[in-house]
Design a protein around this ligand. Structure first.
Ligand code: SF4
Ligand code: SF4
Length: 219
């Protein structure tokens, strides 16, 4: 299987994981634009890392990638749900000229989204294997569901999980929040609203919320 990777605006942490992890995978021919320039042909799978800056040429790059990809995958939280780039206002490293970032499904249809900052390399092997072997497991549904989500935040987590009384108090959301916007109060997470940058990480890390996404978007 031919897989091509293109980064369109991230810190390269996801790229690093992807390039290292794919070296160990069997049955694929992998190339990354970070490792050298090449023309992108019609590809079986294109994996995009990084969020898309709406006031940049990356919008057109992304549209072209969509046209050329049989399967388009968002890799990492920035590409999948916006991640830490969500509330950029310009002036931030590492892309100080960029102002407005969105997950890539704000511009093109995405087939699968694998969130994580960066995603665990262990997630990549079963994901790729499912295409190489042609056997897709239920495990893939969450990646399909996240690909359809346009916006997620700590507010959604509180509304959909905590206020619905299905929170199990595991604390995964609090540990995953990059901005310290969640705290445990009475055994359940509480949102410090002014700190939430709407990166979506807590929602996709919550075992209850991920089931909600699959039910909402796939079944
Ligand atoms: Fe992101 Fe934290 Fe807000 Fe959740 S609560 S969306 S992890 S900033
Ligand atoms: Fe509750 Fe989900 Fe947070 Fe666990 S990850 S504490 S279930 S909201």
């Amino acid at each position: 299987m031919r897989i091509t990777h293109v980064d369109i605006g991230g810190c390269e942490g996801c790229s690093f994981v992807l390039i290292r992890a794919t070296k160990k995978l069997q049955g694929i021919e992998f190339k990354s634009r970070l490792l050298g320039k090449f023309e992108i042909e019609n590809e079986e799978m294109i994996i995009v890392s990084g969020a898309v800056c709406l006031n940049s040429e990356k919008v057109d790059v992304l549209k072209e990638l969509r046209e050329k990809a049989k399967i388009l995958v968002a890799f990492g939280s920035c590409a999948s749900v916006g991640g830490i780039t969500r509330y950029c206002r310009g002036g931030q490293e590492p892309k100080p000229e960029h102002m407005t970032f969105q997950p890539i499904n704000a511009v093109v249809d995405v087939d699968y989204a694998i969130p994580g900052c960066p995603p665990s390399p262990r997630m990549l092997k079963p994901f790729i294997d499912s295409f190489v072997s042609g056997k897709q497991s239920n495990y893939m549904q969450i990646f399909k569901a996240v690909a359809k989500v346009k916006r997620l935040s700590g507010f959604d987590l509180i509304d959909d999980v905590v206020l619905q009384n299905i929170c199990i108090g595991c604390g995964a959301c609090i540990l995953s929040c990059p901005n310290g916007a969640l705290q445990m109060v009475g055994g359940k997470p509480d949102l410090i609203v002014e700190k939430c940058i709407r990166c979506g990480t807590c929602y996709v890390r919550c075992p209850r919320a991920s089931q909600i996404l699959v039910r909402r978007y796939i079944k």
